[in-house]
Design a protein around this ligand. Structure first.
Ligand code: GDP
Length: 207
């Protein structure tokens, strides 16, 4: 079993150019529309209530937030360091065309230049799995991510669906994970999957 045993806020950066040095070379990027539950998930994964600020005003966060995170494999006490990167929420109602353009440009630059990124986590509200904006983000990631970068889709707020609806979603998106930060369901699995992906990547460099 893998836990996150330490998590701390490092810095906020207004642009990719201001991103901090990342010695551990493991970045996990979290992306979502505003209000999908990104902050709640970061807090639930790290078991740290105030780590990411749960937003009262949708779309308020415009900065990229960085957190240092330490994973520990309880079976062998192996530790693994990573940075969680909380990208600004996107797709909120009042965003202007030019803001949208800036965001996309920023993100394109980020993906193109930031080789430290190992995993992209795209969070989607389980009650709205087919929004255009999410489809666009998926397509964007699949066409822009590099070969060694994984894309993981996670449906949030799964406590809002009954069993039947959950099964239907699982059938439609067999590779996606599901989580409820509110009920703490699915968080352990996410931690394990991220850890395994980062381990795999480290192993690849040792060959
Ligand atoms: P962010 O804008 O993506 O960072 O979203 P927040 O984490 O701030 O959450 C937005 C709203 O959704 C808040 O009112 C949260 O309490 C709520 N929320 C977040 N996660 C869950 C969840 O797992 N279940 C339910 N029912 N509500 C959630």
């Amino acid at each position: 079993m893998v836990d996150i045993v330490e998590a701390k806020f490092v810095t906020s950066a207004p642009t990719v150019a201001a991103a901090p040095e990342s010695d551990e070379q493991n970045e996990v990027v979290f992306m979502a529309r505003s209000n999908v539950g990104k902050s709640s998930l970061l807090n639930a994964l790290t078991n740290y209530k105030g780590l990411a600020k749960v937003s009262s005003t949708p779309g308020k966060t415009k900065l990229i937030n960085y957190f240092d995170v330490t994973f520990m494999d309880r079976d062998n006490s192996n530790k693994l360091m990573a940075k969680f990167v909380d990208l600004p929420g996107f797709g909120y109602a009042k965003v202007s065309k030019s803001q949208k353009h800036d965001w996309e440009k920023n993100l394109t630059d980020y993906i193109a230049t930031r080789e430290q990124i190992k995993v992209f986590i795209h969070l989607i509200d389980c009650r709205h799995p087919h929004l255009d904006i999410d489809t666009q983000v998926s397509e964007f990631l699949f066409s822009n991510a590099q070969e060694n970068q994984y894309i993981l889709q996670i449906f949030t707020k799964i406590d809002k669906l009954n069993q039947k609806e959950q099964s239907a979603l699982r059938r439609e998106f067999p590779n996606a994970l599901m989580v409820s930060s509110a009920k703490k369901r699915g968080t352990k699995k996410i931690i394990q999957v991220i850890y395994d992906l980062l381990q795999e990547e480290e192993g690849a460099h040792e060959d």
